[in-house]
Design a protein around this ligand. Structure first.
Ligand SMILES: Cc1cc2nc3c(=O)[nH]c(=O)nc-3n(C[C@H](O)[C@H](O)[C@H](O)COP(=O)(O)O)c2cc1C
Length: 337
C-alpha cells in the first residue's frame, strides 16, 4: 500500500491533492463531494479586501470586540440579523464547512493594502480555519514604486496578519519577482509557513468590434504547470517553507511532476471546474498506478527527488537549458521552414 500522505503548513494530509480557492468551495454539497472524491484539504474562495473595506461598520465592530474568546464560533458572529455582509457570510460558511468536513479547511484572504483589513484573519481563526492563505493580488503598475516597495507590501501584510493569528500562513505569490528565492526567504523570516506558486493574473482583452476593454477569465492549460515545475524545483531544499503548486494541473502527469520537483501539495481549480469532483478521484488513482509501476513506496520518497539540487545536471532548470534548447531546435511538423 503506497503511503500518499504529505505535510503542508504543519498539517498532516492524507494525500497531496487539494482543491484551491475557487467558487467550488461556495457550495457545501460540492465541498462534501470533493471530500468524498478524495480531496485532502480544501482552500476556500477568497474574502476580498474590497468586500471588507466596504463594511466599515463590521470592521469597527470586529476590531472593537477583537478580544473575544476562542469558544464557539457562533459567539463572534454578529447578532444583528439585519446585516448580511461578505464577512459574516464568509465566517458562517467557514463555520459550516468546518462542522461538516473532516478534512482541513484553509481560509483565503485577498487584497493589497496594508491598512488593517488583514486583522480580520483573527475572525477566520476563531471560526475554525486550519490555516490561512494570503493572496496579494497586486499589479505593480505604478512607476514610482520600486521592486523593494512591492516586496515590502507583501511583507507588511504578512507581518500584520502574523501579529494577530497563530495559524499557519501560506502566501500565494505571482511569478513576477526579480529574485524569487530571496523573496521567499524574506517571507520565511516574516513568519510564513508556506508559499503557493503561482497566482494566475486574469488578463484584460480588447474587443476589436466595440473598441472596449473586456474582462475575461480563461481556465488554465496543462502547459502552465511548467512555470511551476521550474520554480518549485529551484526552491525545494532552499527554504523551510512548505510548497504548494497551483496552476495547470489537469492530470496525474502534472501532479506527479510537481511532486517530483518538490511540491508538498498540488492544488486544483480549473480541471475541477471543468470536470467536477470525480476528476480528483481519477487523478489520484492514476498517480497511484504510476507510483506502483515505478516502485515508489510513498509520496515522501518521491517529493523533491527531481528538484534542482538533486539533479545530476542542475543547469537543466536554469539558463544553460535555454541555450541548449535553442541550439537543438530543429524543424519539426507544425514549424514553417
Ligand atoms: C473561477 C476561478 C475563481 C478563482 N477564485 C480565486 C479566489 O477567490 N482566490 C484565489 O486566491 N484564487 C482564486 N482562483 C485561482 C485558483 O485558486 C488557482 O490558483 C488558479 O486557477 C490556478 O490553478 P488551476 O490551473 O488549477 O486553475 C480562482 C480561479 C478560478 C478559475
Amino acid at each position: 500500500m503506497i503511503d500518499l500522505s504529505t505535510d503542508y503548513l504543519g498539517l498532516k494530509l492524507k494525500n497531496p491533492l487539494v482543491p484551491s480557492a475557487s467558487p467550488l468551495s461556495r457550495n457545501l454539497d460540492t465541498a462534501l463531494r470533493l471530500e468524498d472524491a478524495g480531496a485532502a484539504a480544501l482552500v476556500m474562495y477568497s474574502l476580498f479586501e474590497e468586500e471588507l473595506q466596504a463594511e466599515d461598520a463590521m470592521l469597527d465592530r470586529f476590531l472593537l470586540h477583537a478580544d473575544l474568546g476562542h469558544g464557539e464560533a457562533d459567539s463572534f458572529l454578529p447578532n444583528h440579523g439585519e446585516f448580511h455582509g461578505g464577512l459574516e457570510r464568509y465566517l458562517s460558511h467557514l463555520h459550516q464547512l468546518k462542522r461538516r468536513l473532516e478534512i482541513p479547511v484553509v481560509a483565503s484572504l485577498n487584497g493589497v493594502s496594508p491598512s488593517g483589513w488583514v486583522e480580520l484573519g483573527r475572525a477566520l481563526e476563531q471560526a475554525g480555519a486550519d490555516a490561512l492563505e494570503l493572496n496579494v493580488y497586486h499589479i505593480a503598475a505604478d512607476s514610482r514604486h520600486s521592486c523593494e516597495a512591492v516586496e515590502a507590501r507583501y511583507i507588511e501584510l504578512l507581518t500584520e496578519l502574523r501579529g494577530v493569528v497563530s495559524l499557519p500562513i501560506a502566501m500565494k505569490l505571482s511569478p513576477f519577482f526579480s529574485s524569487l528565492p530571496h523573496f521567499v526567504q524574506q517571507l520565511e523570516h516574516a513568519g510564513a509557513q508556506g508559499v503557493a506558486l503561482f497566482n494566475r493574473f486574469y488578463q484584460p482583452d480588447i474587443d476589436l468590434d466595440n473598441l472596449i476593454v473586456v474582462d475575461q477569465l480563461h481556465l488554465s492549460y496543462p502547459d502552465e504547470a511548467l512555470l511551476r515545475i521550474r520554480w518549485l524545483s529551484i526552491l525545494h531544499g532552499r527554504t523551510q517553507l512548505t510548497l504548494a503548486a497551483t496552476g495547470g494541473v489537469h492530470s496525474e502527469s502534472e501532479a506527479l511532476k510537481l511532486l517530483l520537483v518538490g511540491a508538498d501539495v498540488v492544488h486544483l481549480a480549473s480541471c475541477l471546474l471543468q470536470y467536477g469532483p470525480d476528476k480528483l478521484t481519477e487523478i489520484l488513482a492514476a498517480m497511484q498506478n504510476w507510483m506502483e509501476e515505478k516502485e515508489y513506496q510513498s509520496v515522501a520518497q518521491m517529493k523533491g527527488s527531481m528538484s534542482q539540487k538533486n539533479l545530476a545536471d542542475p543547469a537543466a532548470m536554469a539558463r544553460a537549458s535555454y541555450l541548449r534548447v535553442l541550439d537543438s531546435f530543429s524543424v519539426r511538423p507544425g514549424v514553417w521552414s
